[in-house]
Write a protein that binds this ligand. Sequence first.
Ligand code: SUG
Length: 420
Amino acid sequence: MSLTEINFDGLVGPSHNYAGLSLGNIASASHKGDPSYPRAAALQGMAKMRRNLSALGVQGFLLPLPRPNRALQNALSFDGTEAAPLRAAPWSASSMWTANAATVSPAPDTADGKCHLTPANLITMLHRAQEWEDTKAQLDIAFGDRDHFTVHDAVPPTFGDEGAANHGRFCDTHGAAGVELFVYGRPGGKFPARQHEQASRLVARQHRLSPDKCVFIEQNPEAIEAGAFHNDVVSVVNERVLFTHQEAFADQEGAYEAIRAKFPALEVVEVPSAKVTMAEAIRTYLFNAQLITLPDGTMNLIVPEECRESPSVWAYCEEMMASAKSGGGPIHKVVPVDVRQSMANGGGPACLRLRVVCDPATVDPRFQLDEAKADRIEAVIAACWPEQIDPADIGSEALAKSVIDARAALLDALDLGVLA
Ligand code: SUG
């Protein structure tokens, strides 16, 4: 069995819109009320997937969830007097950010040798709390091979869990046993701390991880206040490398020591605040990047286009590439991608993917991409996804019909009608 890291990207759903629903997410707040472009958004996501498919040879995806969510609409007793954000919640396409779909512990890390997945309860935000049961239904199919995978229920409410966005995995190679990093926030600041320490600890126990292969670290409360509502806005892990902003953790040096105590090969690439301020890191999403290992062993950093447009961030990236060339660092190439529609809601390249280390042969092939399937998906998007959604359209039955029909056409094209 050969273990590989597969990125499962969230296909951007036909109801993608800007309703400003996420307190503490600066992009979401600042684009509230803008028109959105679901077709362009979904095609941007597809282009990113195609790029990674050709670089890595494997790519997976998860499907948009049913929207508008009729059960949530009923539960909220809509009668036309409800506030606009409540009206928008059942329409949210937020499941596109699959870094929040689940936390994944690959088989080499767990006591029973299975890959464990726990869907994130996402309880802090109403529009996200509706996701997990439908997400689990997909995970149950995609990872339905019970000899290789265990899919749990989400952790109980009270303990907010936001999934892989606050989780990283150190290892020599993806197929080797790893050390898992759980980053949590402490509540009490002006913005919600969306990942609760006890949720992280519960996930680790549920995944049967050995305590000496887990590290629990507090996120810097100032980073949360500055808009890093998930830790993956300020750091990313791949194999032995931690690429991080200097102010990501509550105790930066303590964090490195705690990781090194369990994973001595740790290589930290720390970006100093003097070169890239926290505000600029959050604006450009430099760290919300996919740090990937190519088949030749070198690492690429897939960043949003916004990074190339920022003089301070791009100067840092050029410096990093130059020093890798002379053997002075692990990140050889920084590759900008256009995911602007997702970025405007606070989701960069890393938010859009869930990493699962497994044997691709054990995953339901309907959730794996190839060029022909990408063509089919793009054809459905081009034919069925709304070109534009204005805030006033949210709630309209005409839009509901086109969103429902669009998703049905996609399920049909992928032979996944079982999710209807
Ligand atoms: O949960 N935005 C998402 C962005 C998630 C990004 N994911 C990671 N960092 N991994 C969120 O805040 C905006 C929805 C709106 O405002 O309509 C939103 O949900």
